[in-house]
Design a protein around this ligand. Structure first.
Ligand SMILES: N[C@@H](CCC(=O)N[C@@H](CS)C(=O)NCC(=O)O)C(=O)O
Length: 210
């Protein structure tokens, strides 16, 4: 039974989807980010970077943060959602790194400047919106004639989907990116993706309450 420390955010949901897709048994420990649970000593022992997601796998003793490191670990553990050949395997990792270095950080900054910042700073909003749209174009081009970002459906898709799902609250029109929109609909129809997106339940127990 894998212990999974998470919140209802794209980085947490990436791992929730992977756990659902692989059907590995797991136990959810909710981290209430708004209440600051990620700064409590018990959580900091798991990840000194005070961010979800984190897993602990009692089978191997591995404790791991950074959402895509967790996806790679679970792919290796199960032999699923990662291609076999050297070329395909590294192409998958290339797009997983693209998600970690570009999709998540740029959309995360757009989220903060558009929805959380105490004052409106148009230069910052424009910068991160332009980067988000550029990234959507890159993915749209990549997905032309393809069903998955890197070969068959796998960890590159799982890493990216919950971030692309944030286009709605960010006010980005996905219809302007037809290949990305097709992929977004197809991946979103997967039952495991839908189950993963509902993790953690609002009433899941808090791991580190005040
Ligand atoms: N690169 C990290 C980013 C993790 C991250 O940014 N987590 C956010 C939620 S999506 C968080 O825990 N924020 C809490 C904080 O910064 O205090 C990953 O991919 O796991």
């Amino acid at each position: 039974m894998i212990d999974f420390y998470t919140s209802a955010t794209p980085n947490g949901r990436k791992v929730a989807i992977m756990l659902e897709e692989t059907a590995l048994p797991y136990r959810v420990h909710r981290i209430d980010l708004g209440a600051g649970d990620q700064h409590r000593p018990g959580f900091l022992k798991l990840n000194s970077n005070n961010k979800i997601p984190v897993i602990h796998d009692p089978d191997t003793g591995v404790t791991l943060a950074e959402s895509s490191a967790i996806l790679i670990y679970l792919a290796e553990k199960t032999g699923q959602f990662q291609p076999e050949s050297l070329q395909d395997r590294y192409e998958t990792l290339q797009w997983v790194m693209f998600q970690m270095a570009s999709v998540g950080p740029m959309m995360g900054q757009l989220w903060w400047f558009r929805r959380s910042a105490p004052e409106e700073i148009p230069l910052a909003i424009d910068r991160y919106e332009a980067e988000t749209k550029r990234i959507f174009s890159v993915l749209d081009g990549r997905l032309a004639g393809r069903s998955g970002i890197a070969g068959d459906y796998g960890i590159a898709d799982i890493a990216t989907w919950p971030w692309i799902d944030a286009h709605r609250p960010l006010g980005i029109d996905i219809a302007a990116y037809p290949n990305l929109a097709r992929w977004y609909a197809a991946v979103g129809a997967r039952p495991a993706v839908q189950r993963g997106m509902a993790v953690p339940a609002a009433d899941a127990p808090r791991a580190f309450p005040a």
